[in-house]
Design a protein around this ligand. Structure first.
Ligand code: UD1
Ligand code: CA
Length: 496
């Protein structure tokens, strides 16, 4: 195949049946817009030029095209006078197209694959045709242009539904909308297309008849996988195509060595990367540019957007966004990883823990019920249960730094900015407002005071008082009743 290829993508239509303020071609399917999928497929052909025809809501569609394909040319079609008119606008915007092949595609066919376009263009060029039609044989051809063949099976025309005779409407071979042209022929044919038809539109498909009239070759190349050229006109069709795309993505990954326990409840976006022997458990969504390393197990019931999960990591019932989880680390169940979370190798972000903009070095653990925001936690450090990194003073955010192999007690509050040194400790319930030097133990709670007999005096007659009294009575009758854990120095506590 030559690389003298121009691709024209039609995306000027209104898409009114979506009933949306978002342009039809920008609706997402598996992590990309419909148009994004088409441009992605087109890009794999490395065309000389891509021209996108924009019209409706071009202030949104145009920038989207330029973001995905900065070299693409935008052609503005003010009024949508038909596919023939759209292509004419594209050719004019390009200042003519010279020689080579011109491929026309639509912006709303998300399942389209580059390989199908490549095979189609190659076939078109090998057959040296003026026009080639990517066709499809469908059970329900209603609404499509029909590929009309003569007694020898040669293609003679494409007839639109509204212009078709009852016999022509019985034809099941349809025009997918994707056409390939010899550039020189297209340049000659475009000005000859009229709009004398049922819709009063300039039909690009009239080129087939024009080529025949000029004695040039035309042909149709049926694509077996017709879903690839199917467009979504409303949100129900969009959901159908989305489910189909997800099914295809999962099938591809399973063939690459990924285990998907329940494909029906697993969603993986088009740009996600999964290594061999990854296991995905039910109810999991891997979105955006998420990357998962070998042997990692994700799920059940986990959503990860733009996350990087290391090999052998385990992420259970977790919601994560823009987070990095190291090799063999453990996350969840019920963790919330917010942007900027970096969990080191073998580390743990456990149950009911929220993290944000924080780095936990290798082997660092925050096992239970904590908020870690704007923090640096050193290697091998354990953060006690129920700890809050108080990063916000009501005006600005501040950072907390905790050194290596520290042990902090349960129910601590780190009032940032504050630093806890390597190997330091803190007692349970400590409010850490001042820096703790390496190796020191910080305790902030005052000594405990027991007010003797308070319950018996102030809560007399209650179950609480009765329970207390029962212990006192048995103590007086000489039983050995003892209460564990009241003697000695309280440990820092809270690690587990
Ligand atoms: C078109 C084809 C038909 C084919 C069908 C496949 C013609 C005349 N008919 O019919 O043979 O079976 O697609 O889906 O080509 N567009 C523009 N500017 C315009 C008109 C259309 O950009 O002025 C874009 C639309 O946004 C859309 C695509 O071109 O993405 C097709 O237009 P549409 O009006 O839907 O064509 P159909 O009537 O479906
Ligand atoms: Ca259509």
């Amino acid at each position: 195949m030559t690389n003298n290829l121009t691709v024209i993508v039609l995306a000027a239509g209104g898409g009114t049946r979506m009933r949306s303020k978002t342009p039809k071609v920008l609706h997402p399917v598996c992590g990309r817009s419909m148009l994004g999928h088409v441009l992605h497929a087109v890009q794999t052909l490395e065309p000389r030029q891509v021209v996108a025809v924009v019209g409706h809501q071009r202030e949104l569609v145009g920038p989207h095209v330029k973001e995905l394909l900065p070299d693409a040319l935008l052609a503005v079609q003010e009024d949508q006078l038909g596919t023939g008119h759209a292509v004419r606008v594209a050719v004019e915007a390009a200042g003519g197209i010279g020689s080579g092949t011109v491929l026309v595609a639509y912006g709303d066919t998300p399942l389209l694959e580059g390989e199908s376009l490549r095979a189609f263009a190659a076939e078109h060029e090998a057959a040296e045709r003026a026009v080639s039609i990517l066709s499809g044989i469908v059970p329900a051809p209603f609404g499509y242009g029909r590929v009309v063949r003569d007694a020898d099976g040669d293609v003679v025309a494409i007839v639109e539904e509204k212009d078709a005779t009852p016999e022509q409407r019985e034809i099941h071979e349809i025009n997918s909308g994707i056409l390939a042209f010899d550039a020189a022929f297209l340049a000659e044919a475009l000005p000859q297309i009229g709009n004398d038809n049922a819709k009063g539109e300039y039909y690009l498909t009239d080129c087939v008849q024009l080529a025949r009239d000029a004695g040039l070759t035309v042909g149709a190349y049926p694509l077996e996988d017709v879903l690839q050229t199917e467009g979504a006109n409303d949100r129900a069709q969009l959901a159908d195509l989305g489910r189909e795309m997800n099914r295809r993505i999962l099938t591809r990954w399973m063939r690459e060595g990924v285990s998907v326990m329940d494909p029906a409840t697993t969603w993986v976006d088009a740009d996600v990367e999964l290594a061999q022997d990854v296991t995905i458990l039910p109810g999991t969504q891997l979105l955006g540019a998420t990357v998962v390393g070998e042997d990692a197990v994700i799920g059940p019931d986990t959503t990860l957007q733009d996350c990087e999960i290391g090999a052998g990591a385990r992420v259970v019932r977790t919601h994560g966004q823009l987070a990095v989880v190291g090799q063999d680390a453990n996350v969840g169940p019920f963790a919330y990883l917010r942007p900027g979370t970096h969990l080191g190798e073998g580390g743990k972000i456990g149950t009911f823990v929220e993290t944000k903009n924080s780095t936990l070095a290798a082997g660092a653990k925050v096992p239970h019920l904590s908020y870690v925001g704007d923090a640096e936690v050193g290697e091998g450090t354990n953060i006690g249960a129920g700890t809050i990194f108080a990063n916000y003073d009501g005006v600005a955010k501040h950072r907390t730094t905790i050194g290596r192999h520290a042990r902090t007690g349960s129910n601590n509050t780190f009032v940032a900015p504050v630093t806890v040194g390597d190997g330091a400790g803190t007692g349970a319930g400590t409010v850490v407002r001042e820096d703790v030097p390496a190796g020191d133990l910080a305790v902030s709670a005052g000594p405990q005071r027991n007010v003797e007999g308070w319950v018996l005096r102030r809560r007399a007659g209650t179950a609480q008082a009765a329970a207390a009294e029962a212990v006192r009575d048995s103590a007086h009758t000489g039983s050995d009743a003892d209460v564990d854990g009241v003697g000695g120095t309280p440990p820092p506590g809270g690690e587990s």
